[in-house]
Design a protein around this ligand. Structure first.
Ligand code: ADP
Ligand code: MG
Length: 254
């Protein structure tokens, strides 16, 4: 199963991705985390892993990728970046870092001033996700950049399910309407995960979104806050995450 995690900046996308990945891996499943947020440098730390080399370098780097895509556009042919389908185990080093049941791939980061936009990375993420074949005990979690740009780039195309993380804010509520519209149009199942939500915020949020889409409500958590601040690995087990994981593994949320 391939699951894309999206939401507004700071809502907790990377946190939820890391917690889900760790929990699913603890249940004996094989997990691939795909970091497709070119400006986030924290996910690998939340997972307790080193940052792998940019996967984009496997294809010759950003410049080469842009040239390949431009050439395909000019010729009117479909770009094929991979010659054959891969399983998680086929991803070559140093573009993957693995510990236990979790592997991490980072599509590409912005490293330099003026190096150009992140569009090729979005295209690569789309191709990469479509190319990865998953078995019954494989889970792929895709951490995305803030907002809905990745929908424009078609990154969700190769995914089976979308999880949108909402923090208690007007922006998250508004964005959820847009995301629901985009998912419906793409024929993708969408669930909401409220994060840092409790008390009155919970009631207000439930009243403001399509309630039947709400899969879990994670309250503010001191350990997550501290670990996030210090760039430490997440060690906490949350019942709300366990609930999502059992829904995913049992197929109730699919
Ligand atoms: N439930 C929570 N309770 C407390 N802090 C949280 C919670 N979820 C996320 N955080 C903190 O919020 C910050 C932003 O989370 P992050 O996952 O990086 O957001 P995003 O990936 O959406 O930009 C991090 O410092 C993280 O530790
Ligand atoms: Mg993030």
């Amino acid at each position: 199963m391939k699951i894309l995690v999206c939401g507004k900046g700071g809502s907790g996308k990377s946190t939820v991705t890391a917690l889900l990945a760790k929990s699913v891996a603890d249940k004996g499943c094989n997990v691939l985390v795909v970091d497709s947020d070119e400006s986030n440098f924290g996910l690998h730390r939340q997972l307790g892993l080193e940052l792998p080399d940019d996967f984009m370098n496997f294809l010759g780097g950003k410049k080469t990728l842009i040239e390949k895509m431009m050439a395909a556009m000019k010729s009117g042919e479909k770009t094929e970046l991979f010659e054959e389908n891969w399983s998680i185990a086929d991803i070559p080093e140093p573009y993957v870092v693995t510990k236990g049941n979790i592997s991490l791939v980072s599509v590409g980061k912005i490293h330099d001033f003026g190096e150009g936009c992140a569009c090729p990375m979005g295209a690569l993420a789309r191709h990469f996700l479509k190319n990865i074949e998953t078995g019954a005990k494989d889970f792929v979690f895709v951490d995305t950049e803030a907002g809905v740009e990745h929908f424009g780039r078609g990154v969700e195309e190769g995914c089976d399910l979308i999880l949108m993380v909402l923090d208690p804010s007007y922006e998250s509520i508004k964005l959820s309407e847009k995301v629901a519209e985009l998912c419906d149009r793409a024929g993708k199942k969408l669930y909401f995960v409220f994060n840092k939500v409790n008390g009155d915020g919970r009631t207000a949020m439930l009243g403001a979104v399509e309630e039947e889409r709400v899969l879990s409500i994670i309250p503010p958590n001191e350990e997550l806050f501290q670990a996030g601040l210090e760039g430490r690995e997440f060690e906490v087990i949350l019942p709300e995450i366990e609930f999502i994981v059992s829904s995913l593994i049992s197929g109730k949320a699919s």
